[in-house]
Design a protein around this ligand. Structure first.
Ligand code: FAD
Ligand code: DHB
Length: 394
């Protein structure tokens, strides 16, 4: 098979890139190792920046999002048994955030692609990329029918953190920067109406908790747990009791319980691989960088990467110039490192480290007091959370 851009991975990065390239007249093929049902049902992110919503709408993927996404005008920070609301539009000059699950974005993009988009091959596992320094790189992949080769002009590595492209850069040029955290998240979905209007991020002496949602009838909740946690240690009642304890505030508030329909443990890690381009291979999304989920940046960063990448590939096709492709890594890494910093800040300010001293806890509370009482500090948090505009190159 021959195409201009071989895309490995049908997560949000690969699918959106395919959509943007298709609209720009650049041919591509998407290879995805899993089947369609698995890809569409994997529970992950839920919070979209305004810029991400704008990109999805402009790409023609906004029809259901426009009907079903929930617009939020801020978040709530909870600590010391008190609630503090941050008003994003007031703090950012009008930007909001949106709740629309990654599962739904993936379903929408797959639906569009199968209807009128470029080829999308499920059950096709890329096993190697070769010829990155030449003019015709190749993706070697296998499916139920055997082994195949996709020859292209460029390869987009959109295969996530456990894919093959992140480690395909030669050791002489690649550098990976990493931080691990001594805790994880236990994430649950519950058939219970959300107990809050906006997302609640709670700091408590028992550890962090987050109340999010998927719809007016489904809540998404997260608890900080030790890194080696086994979900079987968390029967439903224990989860609800722990959530109650961590969200407790003085005054009138209670958490609505309901049947828990899914439970999983999510590791927390920060990682960036530089550069995001080597020869004919361009990395995007989790293949190049991951953030701990506390800042809700992973999916939004993946979208920002592919906007820059699609524009660079369209410019190469139109003009033959590689100037934007040459700038791709530097352009993206600036935003990536801002998001890494913010995600690390949110994580370390809100979680309780197992080795944390009472002094460290007081510092966290001082920081939380600052972001909820100083307009400057609140505006800095809101600006990062609501997301920098998804600027194009330059
Ligand atoms: P992915 O979504 O990982 O997609 C990569 C795709 O490539 C997958 O479909 C995979 O099957 C495919 N693939 C992998 N290897 C190959 C191969 N060799 N050949 C072909 N295909 C391959 N972010 C938040 O903001 N909030 C959250 O709550 C949150 N929760 C998360 C939970 C988990 C368990 C994980 C892993 C991530 C979570 N994230 C969260 C981060 C967010 O979901 C990611 O940033 C986002 O999925 C990145 O999209 P992507 O397309 O780059 O990668
Ligand atoms: C969700 C996940 C996050 O990591 C976050 O910071 C906010 C919301 C969610 O799954 O809804």
């Amino acid at each position: 098979m021959r195409t201009e851009v071989g895309i490995i991975g049908a997560g949000p990065a690969g699918l959106l890139l395919a959509r943007l390239l298709h609209r720009a007249g650049v041919s591509c093929v998407v290879l995805e190792s899993r089947d369609r049902a698995y890809t569409e049902q994997r529970q992950r992110a839920g919070m979209l920046e305004q810029g991400t919503v704008d990109v999805l709408r402009a790409a023609g993927a906004g029809e259901r999002l426009n009907r079903e996404a929930l617009e939020h005008d801020g978040i709530e920070l909870r600590f010391d048994r008190r609630s503090h609301r941050l008003d994003f539009p007031a703090l950012t000059g009008g930007r909001s955030v949106w709740i629309y699950a990654q599962t739904e974005i993936v379903k929408d993009l797959i639906g569009l692609q199968l209807k009128d988009g470029p080829p999308l091959v499920f059950g096709a596992e890329a096993v190697a990329v070769t010829g990155l320094d030449g003019r015709l790189p190749q993706v070697h992949y296998r499916d139920s029918a055997g082994e195949h080769t996709l020859t292209c002009d460029y390869i987009a590595g959109c295969d996530g953190h456990h894919g093959i492209t992140g480690s395909a850069l030669p050791a002489s040029v690649a550098r990976t920067f990493e931080r691990t955290y001594p805790y994880a998240w236990l994430g649950v979905l519950a058939d219970a109406p959300p107990s809050c209007e906006v997302l609640v991020y709670a700091h408590s002496p028992r550890g962090f908790a987050l109340h999010s949602m998927r719809s007016p009838t489904v809540s998404r909740l997260y608890l900080q747990v030790p890194a080696d946690t086994d979900v079987s240690a968390w029967p439903d009642d224990r989860i609800w009791d722990e959530l109650d304890a961590r969200f407790a505030v003085d005054g009138d508030w209670s958490l609505t319980r309901g049947p828990i329909t899914s439970k999983s443990v999510l590791p927390m890690r920060s990682s960036v691989t530089e550069p995001m381009r080597h020869g004919r291979l361009l990395l995007a999304g989790d293949a190049a960088h991951i953030v701990p989920p506390t800042g809700a940046k992973g999916l939004n960063l993946a979208v920002a990467d592919v906007v820059v990448l699609a524009e660079a590939l369209a410019d190469w096709k139109d003009s033959g110039s590689t100037a934007l492709l040459d700038a791709y890594s530097d352009t993206c890494l600036r935003r990536v490192w801002r998001a890494e910093h913010f995600s690390h800040f949110m994580t370390t300010t809100l979680h309780t480290d197992p080795g944390q001293s009472p002094f460290d806890s007081r510092l966290q509370l001082a920081q939380l007091d600052r972001v909820t009482t100083s307009r400057h500090a609140a505006a800095e948090l809101a600006d990062n959370y609501a997301g920098l505009p998804i600027s194009r190159q330059g």
